[in-house]
Ligand binder design. Structure first.
Ligand SMILES: [Zn+2]
Length: 178
């Protein structure tokens, strides 16, 4: 998923308007509210307009390129501790159905999973792992928006620090079939 997403982003970067890169363009709009027109906006101090570049950077991080390889194996605290996970995600108290997993520590792949994770599709589970890896490796501390919720993905500047935007885009452009 990550390698295919990386390839797709590199191709997009070479030639954004090409028909074969349309899937990436659609995903950038859907998950980041981003179009190439944004590049013409004046740069604000400390903020970047280059969403495809940022996503490519994060994909590289998740592939371990910056750290010389993420060698930490995935670990799980599989206690089905839905109450603890719910406390961590106090933003949606009582709504455990939105929560599949939590990242517990930075720079690890140690995640806590809830029942929702294990009852979901393989593709959803892959997206969840990418989402949690964005928290633990991509310096993204909170969840401004979840895919499917009102307001998603928000302004592209917000999406650029939203794990679900990265995970949703990587899922969409990293799929096997075209
Ligand atoms: Zn999250």
């Amino acid at each position: 998923m990550l390698l295919r997403a990386e390839d797709a982003l590199i191709e997009y970067g070479k030639s954004p308007a090409k028909t074969s890169n349309r899937k990436v363009a659609i995903a950038l709009k859907k998950h980041f509210n981003w179009t190439p027109a944004v590049l013409d906006l004046p740069l604000e101090f400390g903020k970047l307009n280059d969403v495809p570049g940022k996503v490519l950077d994060v994909v590289g991080t998740l592939l371990g390129k910056q750290q010389g390889g993420i060698t930490v194996p995935p670990e799980a605290i599989c206690s089905h501790n839905d109450q603890q996970t719910e406390r961590i995600h106090a933003k949606f108290p009582g709504d455990i159905t939105t929560i599949a997993a939590s990242a517990l520590e930075d720079n690890t792949n140690c995640f806590m999973y809830t029942r929702k994770y294990f009852s979901s599709t393989p593709e959803f589970r892959a997206k969840v792992i990418v989402h949690e890896m964005c928290h633990s490796w991509g310096i993204m501390t909170d969840d401004p928006f979840y895919e499917g919720h009102d307001g998603y993905p928000g302004d592209f500047r917000v999406a650029m620090r939203n794990p679900d935007s990265f995970a949703g885009l990587i899922r969409d452009i990293g799929r096997h079939q075209k």
